[in-house]
Design a protein around this ligand. Sequence first.
Ligand code: HEM
Length: 323
Amino acid sequence: MPEENGNGGANGNGGANGNGSANGNGKERVGLLQRVKAGVQADVQALKTDIPTKAKEQMDGLKDPTKTQVYTSIFRHKHDDTPRNRALGILSNVFLHLHPAKINRDAVRYSYTWGMGGITFYLFIVLTFTGALLMFYYHPTKVQAFRDVLYLEHDVPFGKLLRNMHRWAAHLMVIGVWLHMFRVFLTGSYKKPREFNWNVGVILLVLTLLLSFTGYLLPDDQLGFWAVTVGTNMARATPGLGNEGPFGPQMGMTPYNDVRFGLLGGSIVDANALLRSYIWHCIGIPIVASIFMIVHFWRVRKDGGISGPAPVMLEAEGDKPRR
Ligand code: HEM
């Protein structure tokens, strides 16, 4: 209660200090009231000037949203087309920052790279996506596998499109990876310092071929069955690991414990082979390939970006400044 507080002994206004309580408290009250009044007046004055200023800011924000607090909390820099802003645009975006902020213009020309590494990667993404959708309709069993494929082709809405997208992307990925390797070879990009990445690439090539091979059996049709029969028969001749290969018998290999047996999960192409193909095709190889792709891309950057053509200058360009 303000009255009691003002009159208590604590503020020294009691009768003991000689000031009449009515006199001293009256002055205090007037002083306090004046200060409160002055404060309120100052607040009202401030509101009179602040409200229009704030309103103006809001209106300006509506005209130019890039100046609002919400916008600047999301986008940390301006989008003017300056070299600095373009670099910041790359560096401050979670997806774009995987790319270098600056690159050699000649190195990314399609006439130089053919875009084949990128196209191969794009096809891998398409395959992962369409493959995941196919998994909703497919069962890796001898009774159901081929029926599921027929069901997909003839009854599932867009099933034929889905299956053909997956098949064509698979064919194109194999072609793409070969062409990519061919261009890397033609441009000598396997040389120092890119020897390691060439080897990572060779592993990616093998994994791509294995993805195709394991996918081949899954429809459980005649084509896939005989392709896998021929392919796995070749595994019999693996040195040391196949029962018919060099040093195989010496290593104790028989048709019931060699590498072919391991691939098929038995000695004939049957239910176990289908299940093993399915697991390698949908889980094992894609995971391993993804890890190697991450290493491959990381290594392209660490090796100084895409190699780029050797600088060439025509005689006619001799005195012209280079771009
Ligand atoms: C799944 C397979 C593969 C993918 C997705 C892939 C992807 C890429 C990408 C995106 C690049 C950047 C330049 C470009 O697009 O040409 C690249 C560069 C490179 N790749 Fe691959 N690649 C694969 C397989 C291979 C293979 C089979 C080899 C060789 C055996 C290889 C060797 C290289 C080398 C040496 C570079 C650096 C080239 C340079 O700096 O000019 N890659 N790869």
